[in-house]
Write a protein that binds this ligand. Sequence first.
Ligand code: COA
Ligand code: AMP
Length: 626
Amino acid sequence: MSYADVYEEWKADPEGWWMRQAERIHWQVPPRTALAADGATWFPDGTTNTCYNAVDRHVEEGRGEQAAIIWDSPVTGAKETITYADLKDRCARLAGALAARGVGVGDRVVIYMPMIPEAVVAMLACTRIGAIHSVVFGGFAAHELAARIDDATPKAVIAGSCGIEPGRIVDYKPLLDGAIAQAAHSPEFCIIAQREESPADLVEGRDVEWHAAQEGVAPADCVWVRGDHPCYILYTSGTTGAPKGVVRPTGGHMVALHWTMKAVYGVDPGEVFWAASDVGWVVGHSYICYGPLLHGNTSILFEGKPVGTPDPGTFWRVIAEHGVKSFFTAPTAFRAIRKEDPKAEYLAGYDISGLRALYLAGERADPNTVEWAQEVLGVPVYDHWWQTESGYPMVANPAGIEALPVKVGSPTVAMPGYDVRILDEAGAERPAGELGAIAIRLPLPPGNLPTLWNAHERFRSAYLERYPGYYNTGDAGLVDADGYLWIMSRTDDVINVAGHRLSTGLMEEVLASHPDVAECAVVGVADDLKGQLPMGFVTLQKGTEKSHAQVCEECVALVRERIGPVAAFKLVSVVDRLPKTRSGKILRRSMAQIADGAEVKVPATIDDPAILDEIAEDVKALGYPR
Ligand code: COA
Ligand code: AMP
């Protein structure tokens, strides 16, 4: 069957098509309804369990001795292979420990862990008993963790004692303690996985060590939950500072991920799949943990960086050593490797001939990087486009069905489930080749968010109200005459730094809290390595005695302390005035254009155009445009 046939088959009968895909997972009670009357809930009357489908099922079907997870940690020198049978045992024991302490269906559990097997075990153990996990990326600081604890109100937190970044140990436990102290909500208990690199002190009566928590506890069986039961909450950045809790429904999530493993990533059960990301991001949820395991693949859990752990040959070693067939990472990782090893000399001695394709997502895949990767690896490089909200590719090259010709710079075509449209300001459809907002005709397919945690109104206003009848993706772009999508930019204040989605609005909130700052603006500027970097502009309160340099230093420290190192906020300038429209709206776009050395589009409503020249001088002092 060709891609066009599959897409048409879906379009002719979307619900029937998804019902057939749903047959690939195990249901305790198979769903009779595909899409509920609300137009957003899939498979509500089926019952199933995510951990059962990702783990137990494979043991029962004879994959018990196959590797489920290969942990490869160049930062510690450790490696470990965990079979499906081992994984089942570990999940059942941890789930038993959670259940024994009162965690049950619908209770939330926050997970704050580095890239160690316990992180995946923790996620699966939660789904085993119907608890809803919310993983928080380790690069976020205590304040951000506290905001998520207050929104998700977890009964328990599962954390690692530390994470390991090149050249430094990041103690997670003090960050967790700080977050719990700041949060209004207190979890009843914390389970701490101690790492020998930096074991943590435990708080008596609240914290229990990972193994101790499981001692003398009966392993827990899988609990069947409804298809629309939330599997997890994952917070992501929006326009405002408050993170959005994307809710992932159990049934649709499994059905959709299972489908993508072959159709998009081209792997058969038993083969090795690697997504070099972090469990704190959606890529880690979908393609380190759930997708490969649901499909019976072996998933690589890599604790390291593309460069410096120990060298730019690390990726090639992992691919060769573990027989990776399909590999997924962010373009920034390849930019980092290319920068250090432009001729790919570190590839020598590694046999990566088993690799079939590289998949890039999370940020724009620039043609130079795609072409370099293609040349070095000698396999197709597929850009694909999706977001936390969808949980899996919306637009991709369906290589497992039919590899379509690659147009470098385009993530290719819409996947079944997605009717992608380009709309103008008024919501009318734009012709092929013309730029507009990228929107998806409702209903969204299975697995996509049905709501935001505790914030249904925000869900409606953030995604559904701008274009009635459509889901607004927040991206702008065009579809060409061959139906290929081209992503151009975001339509909101979200920026993408090293594949990490960050809110400039949140950074502005932090800067505004600095006692010497009167007004501020943060914009994203182009960066060769990370794609984008945040750049801040602040004006000072009258009478401030501190030097500009000191205020800048404090601003950088404040963002790192409040949001975390992941914000990569290092560029900031004290300016006399911010450019605004006559109605007082800050002209962030013009400032970003100045910093990028792009053509500056000055709105007719600008209050005082001379301010833009002042900004150009300030930006120059920061070394921009590059
Ligand atoms: N825990 C604690 N700190 C973390 C962290 C974690 N899990 N992950 C990152 N950080 C810190 C980094 O140490 C760095 O701190 P620094 O300012 O002291 O140097 C900061 O957060 C920024 O991290 P990051 O943006 O990841 O950049 P980096 O300097 O570590 O290098 C590259 C990253 C450039 C090598 C990049 O190519 C890369 O691979 N990034 C990760 C891509 C990725 O996985 N994206 C996920 C979406 S698919
Ligand atoms: P996240 O939710 O963190 O996965 O970020 C999703 C956002 O990253 C999208 O809305 C896009 O802005 C951007 N993005 C993801 N994949 C791509 C891609 N292939 N090309 C361009 N931008 C992308």
